[in-house]
Design a protein around this ligand. Structure first.
Ligand SMILES: C[C@H](O)CC(=O)SCCNC(=O)CCNC(=O)[C@H](O)C(C)(C)COP(=O)(O)OP(=O)(O)OC[C@H]1O[C@@H](n2cnc3c(N)ncnc32)[C@H](O)[C@@H]1OP(=O)(O)O
Ligand SMILES: NC(=O)c1ccc[n+]([C@@H]2O[C@H](COP(=O)([O-])OP(=O)(O)OC[C@H]3O[C@@H](n4cnc5c(N)ncnc54)[C@H](O)[C@@H]3O)[C@@H](O)[C@H]2O)c1
Length: 310
């Protein structure tokens, strides 16, 4: 335990200039996850191009990253706010934006995709990127639940394709799951492990199985909490208190669901149910479907299981 903590502390202190073999990174999707990934990659010395569908979305993401960096700088440079300001402008200066994903990968060593959790949309994107990116470019997806093999099938570079699964909020969560398919070659896998470490993350290798490690355990647990409520056995607030105080979790399952996004939860569950319809843990949830149908997606829309200040 102590040695893990030491590794984590050392990795979190990663300073600019240790970017390893990945110099130019393109992150596609600038939402909750993409903006966090871009921010941490830039903070560890990588040149990042961040892509989304419109300039409005990208401007909003740049604003969110600045706010997050201000939180980091407030603590890291508590005694020297001027250095904190320089840190923020240095990180923001390493991020450029683009609405044309094909143009944005022309120079990339690595692409991380963090768009909507939908296989068809991801395949369409990667099929176009495959034609635009140089031969050496490694492609990855931050998918929560879709097999990497299925996404990689849309390209001619299945040996240079893997999964990089980050956790929300990316600036705070130390883990990175590095997913290897049966076709990912050694060089790609080693580069991804090295890149994760250069970003200050603790990397764990994962096979391309449903939910990898964390989500295979975490998502069924969160859905079992929803089923407790559906059966009328307990209230969300009581379950959250119980799991925080009784199991030591930093957030209860309903707080975490609102934080992750109920749409993402539903995408994960629906995908697993489609692939394994008889599995009792993957059954659809009427309550989750109702909330998503009403546009109550959690913190991002101001309401999910709870109401939130926007
Ligand atoms: C579904 C997917 O595929 C996989 C997933 O991602 S599953 C989700 C995994 N994530 C989790 O399980 C998160 C569980 N929650 C936690 O670990 C903690 O609640 C938390 C780190 C998010 C927040 O910590 P907490 O103490 O509860 O709240 P809060 O006081 O707001 O934050 C503590 C400090 O964290 C930092 N912080 C939190 N969010 C941050 C962000 N986005 N950027 C920068 N700093 C942040 C800040 O420094 C903050 O201090 P500040 O108040 O001085 O700014
Ligand atoms: N939310 C989480 O906690 C979490 C954690 C780990 C992994 N993930 C995965 O990361 C991915 C993104 O999740 P998120 O929560 O950041 O979603 P989000 O809805 O916050 O962001 C997705 C972004 O992608 C953009 N986008 C959609 N299609 C696009 C396209 N074709 N080209 C460019 N941009 C496009 C959208 O405009 C949006 O800004 C999903 O695959 C999700 O499963 C989510």
């Amino acid at each position: 335990m102590a040695s893990v903590c030491k590794i984590v502390t050392r990795q979190l202190s990663t300073s600019v200039g240790r970017q390893g073999p990945v110099k130019y990174l393109t992150v596609i999707g600038s939402g909750l996850m993409g903006s966090g990934i871009a921010q941490v990659a830039a903070a560890t010395g990588h040149n990042v191009t961040l892509v989304d569908q419109t300039d409005d979305i990208l401007n909003k993401s740049m604003g969110n990253m600045k706010k997050s960096l201000e939180r980091v700088a407030k603590k890291k440079y508590a005694d020297n706010p001027k250095d904190g300001e320089e840190f923020i402008s240095g990180v923001m200066g390493r991020i450029s934006t683009n609405t044309d994903s094909s143009k944005a990968v022309e120079k990339a060593d690595l692409v991380i995709e963090a768009i909507v959790e939908n296989l068809g949309v991801k395949k369409q994107l990667f099929s176009a990127l495959d034609k635009a990116a140089p031969q050496h470019t490694i492609f990855t997806s931050n998918t929560s639940s879709i097999p990497i093999t299925d996404i990689a099938a849309s390209t001619q570079r299945r040996d240079r394709f893997g999964g990089l699964h980050y956790f929300n909020p990316v600036p705070m969560m130390k883990l990175l799951e590095v997913v290897r398919t049966s076709e990912t070659n050694d060089e790609t896998f080693n580069t991804l492990m090295e890149f994760g470490k250069a970003m200050g993350k603790v990397t764990v290798p994962c096979k391309d199985t449903a939910g990898f490690i964390v989500n295979r355990l975490l998502v069924p647990y969160m859905l079992e909490a929803v089923r407790l409520v559906e059966r009328g056995d307990a209230a969300p607030r009581d379950i959250d208190v119980a799991m925080k105080l009784g199991a030591g979790y930093p957030m209860g399952p309903f707080e975490l669901s609102d934080y992750v996004g109920l749409d993402t939860m539903k995408f994960i569950l629906d995908g697993w149910h489609e692939r394994d319809p008889d599995h009792p843990l993957f059954k659809p949830s009427a309550l989750l479907n109702k909330l998503v149908g009403e546009g109550k997606l959690g913190m991002k829309t101001g309401e999910g299981f709870y109401k939130h200040k926007k």
